[in-house]
Ligand binder design. Structure first.
Ligand code: NAD
Length: 473
């Protein structure tokens, strides 16, 4: 008997609506129709939330050990279906199978699930002085609404789902309308191992997300997406006061100090900026380089970037793919054109073939660009990196902090102590030294300023999907 784990075709068939129904999904690399999805109506949202609410007490009543074991089984199921999942992801999102892309994302789903299952969260004894005894416990919140973006559609869904389930909550997930098949495929595989009703899914665009965030039976919202949508969610949820975690847009700065070794850092800079073809929340989106090594850094970075193959994701040699959708292509195109018009120097790329199929935008590096250029101050979310020249480190830090974004940042230097001093002055949830965007399930991750609030991953991430309760006495 064929199961959905056996092949890409079987997995796709398992999540496809009856013939003749649903909306078409197109491959962003070729424009070809690759499948169909059925979108939910708002009544489906209410039904999914009711199912999750009904299933929650029994799920919470299981022991932590049981829930952890089930999460490991769900990780086993992803491993069994790894290649079909990677094919759905690559074809729908556009990211290549190889490089830090589709197969890597499936591996990250497994790693995050297992790590979330194994993260210790002992009861915290707050005071034990002979007279007072107080402990801090973390209880389930209830039903979590998990709303995901289209750039890392499976990995980010796991970031929301895994800690929620571990802590005894049930979930209503909504994949992005741009990557619905990826979300549905992942959840179908997870549901091979999860009890019925624990993980539910609804599909559709903003109005379906809004129906989740305004429902009085949603106790916690995990949202990853744009800052604008994050603000609407906070406004829309005010009536019911669910807890909210917001992982929003970023415009991460990287500062290369004068003592950095350009050749040694070139590849790290490249992947920091261009991972997932730049469609990454915590990617390096504006690079500040000291005047004394500016030309050398631009040259070595351009050499590395020029060698990275971009093309159809299913072609095993590619490590960069198309942008996922027309809207994102248009944003990158507009920002690069405006940089050109302002007199900035395009060192690589910058000339997309607008008539070719797919949303390919070439790897682009823009030098001698002003710090107030739209390509610097707006989030490009694509493969176009502005490199800004600076003369004083204080100025570079001031520019890094000038925007209303604070997800990640990086400092590049041969002197770790000096780099750490600079890092401490940057307003961002994470500052990496000599790397950028290297996330790890053991290390909390989250933004400040317009990049949102709340932490994901590790014990802090578990606490974010739980209710703290003090037992005093
Ligand atoms: P988006 O805000 O357009 O959409 C995200 C999700 O929200 C989608 O599922 C969408 O359907 C839903 N949505 C839209 N309107 C809604 C509403 N009013 N109420 C509830 N849900 C609604 O973002 P996107 O374009 O999918 O993702 C790109 C953005 O996400 C970028 O800014 C990127 O930096 C950010 N991002 C952040 C992180 C992070 O961890 N901080 C990770 C990935 C992406």
């Amino acid at each position: 008997m064929t199961t959905m784990t056996d092949s890409y075709e079987a997995l796709l068939a398992a999540i496809t609506p009856p013939t003749g129904t649903g909306r078409e999904v197109r491959d962003p690399a070729t424009g070809e129709v690759l499948g169909r999805v059925a979108d939910s109506i708002t009544a489906d949202v209410a039904a999914a939330i009711a199912t999750a609410k009904a299933a929650q007490p029994a799920w919470a009543a299981r022991s932590d050990e049981e829930r952890r074991a089930i999460l490991h089984k769900a990780a086993d199921a992803i491993e069994r279906a790894a290649e079909p999942l990677a094919l759905v992801l690559s074809r729908e999102q556009g990211k290549p199978l190889n490089g830090p892309n589709a197969r890597f994302e499936i591996g990250a789903c497994v790693a995050w699930l297992r790590n979330t299952a194994d993260t210790p969260l002992p009861v915290d004894v707050l005071v034990d002085d002979g007279t007072t005894y107080a402990e801090l416990h973390y209880r389930p919140v209830g039903v979590v609404g998990a709303i995901a973006p289209w750039n890392w559609p499976m990995m980010i869904a796991i970031w929301q789902i895994a800690p929620s389930l571990r802590m005894g909550n049930t979930v209503v997930a909504k994949p992005s309308e741009h990557t619905t098949l990826s979300g549905l495929a992942l959840i179908a595989i997870l549901n091979q191992e999860l009890p019925a009703g624990v993980l539910n899914v609804v599909t559709g665009a903003g109005e379906i997300g809004a129906a989740i965030t305004t429902d009085p039976d949603i106790d916690k919202i995990m949202f990853t997406g744009s800052t604008a949508t994050g603000k609407s969610i906070v406004a829309a949820s005010a009536g019911n006061l669910p807890r909210v975690t917001l992982e929003l847009g970023g415009n991460d700065a990287g500062i290369v100090l004068p003592d950095a070794d350009p050749t040694a850092i070139a590849e790290g800079l490249f992947w920091g900026a261009f991972i997932n073809t730049g469609q990454t929340c915590a990617a390096l989106k504006r690079l500040y380089v000291h005047d004394s090594i500016y030309d050398e850094v631009v040259n070595v970075l351009t050499d590395v970037a020029a060698k990275m193959p971009m093309g159809i994701g299913l072609d095993e040699q590619n490590v960069l793919g198309p942008l996922q959708n027309q809207m994102q292509f248009d944003i990158v195109d507009r920002l690069v054109e405006s940089a050109k018009a302002s007199g900035a120097r395009v060192v690589l790329g910058g000339e997309p073939d607008r008539d070719a199929p797919g949303y390919f935008y070439p790897t682009t590096i823009v030098a001698d660009i002003h710090h107030a250029d739209p390509l610097v101050v707006e989030e490009q979310f694509g493969p176009a990196l502005p490199v800004i020249r600076y003369h004083s480190v204080d100025d570079a830090i001031a520019h890094a902090n000038a925007l209303d974004a604070g997800l990640g940042a990086s400092v590049w230097s041969s002197d770790r102590a000096k780099a750490r001093d600079v890092a401490a002055r940057i307003q961002a949830g994470t500052v990496w030294i000599n790397s950028h965007g290297t996330i790890d399930p053991r290390i909390p991750f989250g933004g400040v300023k317009g990049s949102g609030y709340g932490l994901e991953f590790a014990a802090e991430g578990l606490k974010n999907v739980a209710l703290p309760q003090v037992i005093n006495g």
